[in-house]
Design a protein around this ligand. Sequence first.
Ligand SMILES: [Ca+2]
Length: 388
Amino acid sequence: MKRQIQRAIEHGLQAERYSERTRIAIAFFLFASALLAVGCFVVRTTKADSGTQVVAEASRNGVAAPPGMVWIAGGEFTMGTNDVRSFPNERPAHRVRVEGFWVDEHDVTNAEFAKFVEATGYVTTAEKKPNWEELKKQLPAGTPKPDDTPTPRQVPLNDLSAWWRWVPGACWRHPEGPDSDIAGRASHPVVQVSWDDAVAYATWAEKRLPTEAEWEYAARAGLEDKRYPWGDEFRPGGKWMANTWQGNFPVTNTSEDGFTGTSPVKFFSPNGYGLYDMAGNVWQWCSDWYRVDAFTRIATELASKNVCRDTGGPSESWDPADPNAPKRVVKGGSFLCNPSYCESYRPSARRGTPPDTGSSHTGFRCVISGDAWKNGVTVSDIGKQTNP
Ligand SMILES: [Ca+2]
């Protein structure tokens, strides 16, 4: 039985959960990677991939398309970046070959997740009672139990305990805590779901989570050397292209893009592949274990080879800043991302999150391998989704 602790970020915008298996200092380590990312930006340095063809099809080889999914043809692309302004975990750029797959055109919504829960009686990680007395045994001695008082003014972002608070009772039905609900948010992405919850949904839907390579390949939408999924300009023609944070993070959110929190999944324009919210709104779970040095290791292994095959990521997690917490990859950034902080709504941006952790800014979408769909088998060897 897992135990979780929940808390919410400034003014109740975020909450996170942990199980007793989470070997991290709750208040200080979970978002260390995000803090280290302050002030960095990315410009991709990739090469054109003329072989990439992506088509939204009604059928493929005579096989009807999965409803609400887009076909992404297999091909090669440049993953990661060499830009010195990127975070170290996004470097170096390296060529990866991805097989064809179907991907959800948008994140799994509250309405879709509700159907899953109704059909299965599934209880999410966050809905299981946490036990602080047990949890603190896994934390550095003296780690204080976070209080539940929001900060009234700007606080130093390098002190996580200053801008996080506990919110018992937050879950997918109550994203900001027990006094909140998802009324009017049926078409918003479901949040407060752990990686385990996402895998459970995907399994029920006869799908799986995308690998990190599949996710980034789909997000880039065939564009090369572009900062965002739609190009280099953040607001082309003055148009908001994604749900991010405007204002003085984390104190003031001016919501100029129309949203303080999550937005409906098809509100902002899709990328070139017809996929919505591949930047901003909510982070999205991937199947890969997270290693800070994953791209460096791949580049070393590639040596003289020009391209590697997507293998579904490393065999285990590694993050020296948080060595006791196995993590899975999340991609895409969220409504909390801001140029002054992390600007993680870029295709190469990546973070690791413990698989039993949910938050109010993390959701997911699913994929189906091309051959698997054709053959009636929905889970391929890539992206095997079990925790040890
Ligand atoms: Ca926003």
